[in-house]
Ligand binder design. Structure first.
Ligand code: PLP
Ligand code: COI
Length: 345
C-alpha cells in the first residue's frame, strides 16, 4: 500500500540492460520433501545460505521462471499471464521431483515482491521489472536422490533489452554440433540444467560473430527447434508457423500469446508443426519470442553451408504488428481482450 507512493529509485533508466540491479527485497518460502510450503515472507535482498551438499548445487535439482512487471498506460503496475508461469513452474518442478508451489501462493509471492520493490519498476517505456521465481532443492543429499527440503525464492531486477542490439535483427547460427534437448528429456521444462548445457554452444557461436544458436531436433537434425532462451516463428505467405510442442521445446508463454494474437486479432492462419530447416530458410519473416526477448526479428541465418538473409535483414511488417500488439496489451496501451493482465494492487 505504501509502496505505490514510493519515489522511483535513482537509476539511469535509459541505460538499462538485461542484468542484475540489486533491489530492496526478495520473497522466500520453505518446504520439506513430503510437507507443505510454509507461509513465505519478504526478506532483504542478498546472498542465500545453504548446505554444500544441497541438491541444487550438486545435482542441478532446480527450476526457474521469468516474468515481467510493467508500468502501464493506466498508471498502474501489471503482470502478464502469471497463472501460466505458475502452471509451468509446477510441471517443471514435478519433472525434477520438486514439490510444486500452489498457483495462488506463486502469484501472491510475485505480487508481494513487485509491490515491495515498486520503486524499481522502470518508468513507462523504459523497460520492466524482471521477476525470477526459482525453486531449488536446498537440503543436503549425497546419493543421487531428491533433496530433503526446498526453497521457493522470487527476486527481481529492473531490466532493459535482452540482446545488446535491442530490436535490431538477430544474426543466428543453426548448430548441429550440439543439441539443446533430447526426445523425452527435460527440454520442455524450465529446469536449470538445460541452461548450463546451452552456455558452451552459445559461447562458440558468439565467438564466431553470431547473436545466438538455433537448435535442431536431436533425432535426425532436420527440424528447427528453438533458441536457448526463446521460441522461434516463421511467416510464409501470411501463414504463421512455429514448431509444435513435442516435449523438447519449452512451451513459451509469449509463444502462446503470439499464436493467439495472430489468430484472433490479425486473423492469420497459424500452424504448430514440424518445420524443416530448408522451409525455415525460405520464410518471408522470422522472429523469436520470449519474456526476456519479447518479439525480436531474425535477419540472418547461417547453416554449415550458407548464410541466408531474411526480409533484407529488416523487421518484417507482420513481425512488427505482432510485436506492437503484444507490447500494447502488456502495457495496457490497448484494451486487453484476453484477460491476460493482472494489476498489482
Ligand atoms: N524457450 C526457452 C528455452 C526459454 O528459456 C524461454 C524463456 O523463458 C522461452 C522459450 C520463452 O518462454 P516465455 O515466452 O514463457 O518466456
Ligand atoms: C525468460 O525469457 O524469462 C527466460 O527465462 C529466458 C532467459 C533469460 C533464460
Amino acid at each position: 500500500m505504501v509502496a505505490k507512493e514510493k519515489q522511483l529509485q535513482n537509476i539511469n533508466w535509459d541505460k538499462l540492460t538485461f542484468s542484475i540491479t540489486p533491489t530492496r527485497s526478495m520473497y522466500e518460502a520453505h518446504c520439506e520433501i513430503d510437507g507443505e510450503w510454509d507461509e513465505g515472507k519478504l526478506v532483504s535482498y542478498g546472498n542465500v545460505s545453504m548446505s554444500p551438499a544441497a541438491g541444487v548445487l550438486n545435482y542441478g535439482q532446480g527450476i526457474f521462471e521469468g516474468m515481467k512487471a510493467y508500468r502501464s498506460a493506466k498508471n498502474r503496475v501489471v503482470l502478464f499471464r502469471p497463472e501460466k508461469n505458475a502452471l509451468r513452474a509446477a510441471t517443471s518442478a514435478e519433472r525434477v521431483c520438486i514439490p510444486p508451489v500452489p498457483k495462488k501462493m506463486f502469484i501472491d509471492a510475485c505480487k508481494q515482491i513487485v509491490r515491495d520493490n515498486i520503486d524499481y519498476v522502470p518508468p513507462r517505456g523504459k523497460g520492466s521489472l524482471y521477476l525470477r521465481p526459482v525453486i531449488w532443492g536446498t537440503g543436503p543429499v549425497l546419493g543421487v536422490a531428491p533433496a530433503p527440503s526446498y526453497t521457493f525464492l522470487v527476486y527481481v531486477s529492473p531490466v532493459g533489452p535482452y540482446f545488446k542490439s535491442g530490436v535490431k535483427c538477430l544474426n543466428l547460427r543453426i548448430t548441429n554440433q550440439f543439441h539443446r534437448a533430447a526426445p523425452k528429456g527435460t527440454g520442455g521444462h524450465k529446469v536449470i540444467g538445460n541452461y548450463a548445457a546451452s552456455l558452451f554452444p552459445r559461447k562458440l557461436v558468439k565467438k564466431a560473430g553470431f547473436d545466438d544458436a538455433i537448435y535442431v531436433n536431436a533425432a535426425n537434425e532436420k527440424f528447427i527447434e528453438e533458441l536457448g532462451s526463446a521460441n522461434l516463428f516463421a511467416i510464409k505467405d501470411n501463414v504463421l508457423m512455429t514448431p509444435s510442442l513435442d516435449g523438447s521445446i519449452l512451451p513459451g508463454i509469449t509463444r502462446d500469446s503470439v499464436l493467439i494474437i495472430a489468430r484472433d486479432l490479425l486473423h492469420m492462419e497459424v500452424r504448430e508443426r514440424s518445420i524443416e530447416i530448408k522451409d525455415f530458410l525460405c520464410a518471408d519473416e522470422v522472429f523469436c519470442s520470449g519474456t526476456a526477448v519479447v518479439v525480436t526479428p531474425v535477419g540472418k541465418i547461417t547453416t554449415n553451408n550458407a548464410a541466408t538473409t531474411i526480409n533484407k535483414n529488416k523487421i518484417g511488417p507482420i513481425t512488427e504488428k505482432i510485436r506492437k500488439l503484444l507490447l500494447d496489451i502488456q502495457r495496457e496501451e490497448i484494451e486487453d481482450p484476453f484477460g491476460w493482465i493482472h494489476p498489482i494492487n
